[in-house]
Design a protein around this ligand. Structure first.
Ligand SMILES: *Cc1c(COP(=O)(O)O)cnc(C)c1O
Length: 389
């Protein structure tokens, strides 16, 4: 028998999440962000569930080739644009839209020979200070691009640094929204601003609270939203809000089974470093899942702090440090709930479990000092993945 760990991808959850996100977008079109191999889910596995998107956004040319090979004829956006001049040939051939975030990318485009003019998104650095033209340089960049025969259409984009939270006691996006709105007020072109957090948290807010200085108030949904993590059913703003609060469903579940049990006496310790000490006699289970599967080694496991996990659909906690191939769980809550826990009992690391149970990936991530995004993306290649249904 193969080692019992397995990840399940739920296409119905992707479709559901897409519908939920659409409730927030108004008339805006939706880029489904499928970078990092669809946040670890696998582009080929999520493709069917994301047919309702208007475009696919990603980073790697190799991933762009894969979505074209799958038959996607709609828009594909390279969120960081080209990394070197010869990437532009593939952009032309695959008909990719691409971000322009620096002067060099304009230089490359100016010398690129193409019969098909490109659609680009000019990126503004409105405060994130990662990629993009600063507000004073933005209009010059726009004029340069606008003068190029290689460019057909110029969209305008920016990215928020604090859409998931409040910054300095004020709204996390207002200052960037204002810079963007002021700088672009009289420029034509489609706008794209919102990631999942900006969309879910800010799209319904009254426009007056966004001090957009242009002639028209700017909704954060604008013309194109770029939704990533919410599609996959994690929340961008845990613990402020849970996935359930946003009505999102997990698109990935990670399952395994108990491969051993141990009976501990009071004072016995568990695992490397003996981080957990049994306060009284207790039974624990050993699960076939470890950090080599992508489970976070920094998950809380000592006597004070546990990381949630389900055994046969019953919630319990990790005890003792996560090792490469195994982790340990307290089986007492399983017994208390009237369930048997034995070798072969199903374990849910995150996502949907048996008997209608579920464990949000955000809770597991939080207990490990990280975010759901990282756990999804870190699912390791050795974990077999199956498509549900
Ligand atoms: C990854 C990414 C997104 C999607 O962000 P989520 O928080 O996953 O919705 C949007 N825009 C850009 C530029 C990105 O890099």
């Amino acid at each position: 028998m193969p080692r019992p760990i397995e990840a399940l991808i739920h296409p119905s959850a992707l479709k559901h999440n897409l519908r939920i996100i659409r409730r927030h977008t108004g008339d805006a079109r939706l880029w489904a962000v499928v970078k990092a191999d669809a946040y670890g889910h696998g582009i080929e596995r999520v493709y069917a569930g994301l047919q309702g998107a208007d475009g696919l956004a990603l980073l790697d040319l190799e991933e762009a080739e894969r979505v074209r090979a799958l038959g996607w004829r709609g828009p594909v956006l390279l969120l960081e644009g080209c990394f070197e001049p010869r990437d532009l040939e593939l952009c032309s051939r695959l008909n990719l839209w691409h971000a322009i975030h620096c002067e060099e990318q304009i230089d490359w485009l100016a010398t690129h020979k193409t019969t098909l003019p490109h659609q680009v998104f000019l990126k503004m650095n409105s405060g994130m200070n990662r990629l993009g033209f600063s507000a004073p340089a933005f209009r010059t960049a726009w004029s340069r691009l606008n003068a190029l025969a290689q460019v057909d259409d110029i969209g305008l984009m920016t990215h928020f640094s604090d859409a998931d939270a409040l910054r300095l006691g004020r709204d996390g996006i207002a200052h960037q929204l204002a810079v963007f709105a002021q700088t672009t007020a009289d420029l034509p072109g489609h706008r794209s601003l919102a990631n999942s957090a900006a969309l879910l948290r800010h799209a319904h807010r009254p426009l007056e609270t966004h001090p957009a200085a242009g002639s028209e108030p700017l909704s954060v949904a604008a013309d194109w939203v770029r939704a990533g993590v919410a599609l996959y059913g994690a929340t961008p703003d845990y613990p402020d809000h849970s996935a359930a609060h946003w009505s999102l469903r997990p698109a990935m579940s990670l399952h395994s089974r108990l491969v051993a049990t141990q009976q501990l006496q009071a004072g016995d310790t568990v695992g490397y470093g003996s981080l957990y000490t049994a306060p009284q006699a207790m039974r624990i289970g050993i699960v076939a899942c470890g950090y080599a599967d992508g489970y976070p080694r920094h998950a809380a496991v000592d006597n004070q702090h546990g990381t949630p996990i389900l055994v046969d659909g019953v919630r319990t906690r990790l005890v003792g440090r996560v090792s490469m191939d195994m982790l340990a769980v307290d089986l007492e809550p399983i017994r208390a709930a009237g369930h048997n826990a034995e070798i072969g009992s199903p374990v849910t690391l995150w996502g949907q479990g048996p008997h209608q149970s579920h464990l949000p990936i955000d809770e597991v991530a939080h207990a490990a000092g990280t975010i759901g995004y990282e756990l999804m993306c870190a699912l390791s290649r050795r974990v077999p993945v199956r498509i549900d249904g």
